[in-house]
Design a protein around this ligand. Structure first.
Ligand SMILES: *Cc1c(COP(=O)(O)O)cnc(C)c1O
Ligand SMILES: [Zn+2]
Length: 424
C-alpha cells in the first residue's frame, strides 16, 4: 500500500488517508476536505471522494481485526490503527442453517453486529467520524440519537478522553439511557421525537463551532463507516458478494453505504462483480421509505414514528431518496412489518440461532420472511441479513412477548410439578 495524497497534500489540509475531497451527491460540485456537509450551490449532501491505492486481499487480511483493516478505503489518517479507538468491526458472519431450514432457504448468513463494543453497528460510523473530526480540529463529540448512536458516541469519547454531548428522545428504552449515562459525558433527554432532537442538534451545531455532531456536521465522514459492513461481508464470504442482502433503515445511510462498499470492492478488483440485490427493512409504524417505494415516488414523505423499533424511528430519513435509488437499481424491495411481526421474528432468531437481536434485527428478519412469502426474494440465492444491535438493549419491547415463570421451592417435587407443565 502506498501513502497517497498525504505526501503531496496542501499545507494545512487535513490528513484523511486516501480521501481527496468532498462532492455534492446532487449536482456533483466538488470542494476540498473540511468540516462541510452541505453543498454551497444546491444544499445537497456531500460525499467523500478518494484516490484509492492499489490494494490486495493479502494486505487487507494482514491488517487489524477491526474496521481499520479497511483504513485505506476510509477518510481516516493512515496511522489510524496506532491511535486509541474502541476498535469496532470484524464482527461474526454466522451461517444460519437452523433459520434457513425454518424459512426454506438454501444459504442464509447473519452479519451479527451486536458484537461491537457498545453492541450495535453504530460503533463503526462513530469511530470513523471521531477520527475525521479530530483531524478536522473539533474538540467535542456530539449527536442526536435514537439510542444506539448515543451509546457509541459516549463510549468512543470516553475512550479518546474528550467531552461528549449526546441528545436522545426522553421516551427511549431505559436500557439505552442507562448504558449511555454510564460513560459520563453530557446526556440530554428531550421531550420530543428523534426528528425534534435532530433539529435542535442542527441549531446547536451552528452555535458551537468545535462540536462535531457525528451524524450532522461530520456526516459525510460518519456515513463512510458503514461501508465496512459491506467490506467485511464480502471478505468473510471468501471475497465474494452475496446475491441478496436485507438491511434495516433508519436514516438509510447503512443501506446506501453497504452498496457503495460492494461497488468499491468490485471496482478495485478485490471481488468479482457478480450482481447483488439490496432489500430495505422498516417497521410499519415508521415506514416512509417503504411507502415511497410502494408508490413509486422519488422522494420520501416524512411521518411521525410510532413503533417499538425505536432505533429505526426516524420519520424524515436523510438518505431516503438514495435508498430508493440503490434498491431500484439493484432490483430489491423496501418493505415494512408490524410490531407483532418484529417480536415474533426476534423470538424466531433466538430459537433457531441462539442470537438475541434488538428490535431492528426483528424488523430485518421480519421483512426477509415477508418478502420470501410474497415471492419477492429468492430462497435459493445466497442471502445475508444484518442483526444491527443487541436484544439486551430493547428488553422493554420483548418483555410482553416472553413468559417468565414464577419461582418454585428448591425441592424435587416442586421441580417435577413445574416440569410437567412444560414441553421440553
Ligand atoms: C442506527 C441503526 C440502524 C440504521 O442506521 P441508518 O444508517 O441511520 O439507516 C440500524 N440498526 C440499528 C440497531 C441502529 O441503531
Ligand atoms: Zn450541489
Amino acid at each position: 500500500m502506498t501513502a497517497q495524497n498525504e505526501g503531496t497534500r496542501a499545507p494545512g489540509a487535513p490528513r484523511l488517508g486516501n480521501a481527496t475531497g468532498l462532492s455534492c451527491r446532487e449536482c456533483g460540485k466538488t470542494t476540498g476536505l473540511g468540516p462541510y456537509y452541505a453543498c454551497d450551490d444546491c444544499f445537497g449532501p456531500l460525499e467523500v471522494s478518494y484516490d484509492f491505492p492499489r490494494l490486495t486481499r493479502e494486505a487487507i487480511e494482514a491488517g487489524p481485526r477491526s474496521i481499520w483493516r479497511y483504513a485505506p478505503l476510509l477518510p481516516v489518517p493512515h496511522d489510524i490503527a496506532s491511535r486509541p479507538t474502541t476498535e469496532p468491526g470484524y464482527t461474526k458472519l454466522i451461517r444460519a442453517d437452523g433459520l434457513a431450514a425454518e424459512l426454506g432457504m438454501r444459504r442464509l448468513w447473519i452479519k451479527d453486529d451486536s458484537g461491537n463494543p457498545t453492541h450495535s453497528f453504530k460503533d463503526r460510523v462513530v469511530a470513523v467520524a471521531l477520527a475525521a473530526a479530530t483531524e478536522l480540529g473539533f474538540k467535542v463529540l456530539a449527536c442526536p440519537s435514537t439510542g444506539n448512536l448515543a451509546n457509541a458516541v459516549a463510549a468512543a469519547a470516553a475512550q479518546a478522553g474528550i467531552r461528549s454531548v449526546v441528545m436522545v428522545p426522553a421516551n427511549l428504552e431505559e436500557q439505552k439511557i442507562i448504558a449511555t449515562a454510564v460513560y459520563g459525558g453530557m446526556l440530554v433527554t428531550v421531550d420530543g421525537t428523534y426528528d425534534d432532537v435532530n433539529r435542535l442538534a442542527s441549531e446547536l451545531a451552528g452555535e458551537h463551532e468545535d462540536w462535531a455532531f457525528v451524524n450532522v456536521n461530520v456526516r459525510p465522514y460518519y456515513a463512510e463507516g458503514s461501508k465496512t459492513l459491506g467490506f467485511e461481508i464480502a471478505e468473510q464470504l471468501g471475497w465474494r458478494l452475496p446475491g441478496q442482502i436485507v438491511v434495516p433503515i433508519a436514516s438509510g445511510a447503512q443501506l446506501v453505504k453497504i452498496d457503495k462498499g460492494f461497488t468499491e470492492l468490485a471496482a478495485l478488483g478485490l471481488v468479482e462483480e457478480t450482481p447483488w440485490r439490496v432489500f430495505g427493512a422498516q417497521a410499519t409504524g415508521c415506514a416512509p421509505v417503504a411507502e415511497a417505494f410502494a408508490k413509486g415516488w422519488d422522494v420520501v414523505r416524512p411521518v411521525k414514528p410510532s413503533t417499538i423499533a425505536k432505533s429505526l424511528a426516524i420519520g424524515n430519513p436523510a438518505d431516503g431518496p438514495y435508498v430508493l435509488d440503490v434498491v431500484r437499481r439493484t432490483g430489491g424491495v423496501v418493505a415494512d412489518v408490524s410490531d407483532d411481526e418484529v417480536l415474533d421474528s426476534i423470538k424466531l432468531l433466538a430459537r433457531t440461532q441462539g442470537i438475541f437481536g434488538e428490535t431492528a434485527g426483528g424488523v430485518t428478519l421480519g421483512v426477509l420472511r415477508k418478502l420470501l412469502a410474497a415471492g419477492q426474494l429468492d430462497p435459493d440465492a445466497e442471502t445475508v441479513i444484518i442483526n444491527s444491535g443487541d436484544g439486551l438493549k430493547t428488553l422493554d419491547a420483548i418483555e410482553p412477548a416472553v413468559t417468565v415463570p414464577t419461582a418454585i421451592k428448591p425441592s424435587l417435587e416442586a421441580f417435577q410439578a413445574a416440569f410437567e407443565g412444560v414441553a421440553v
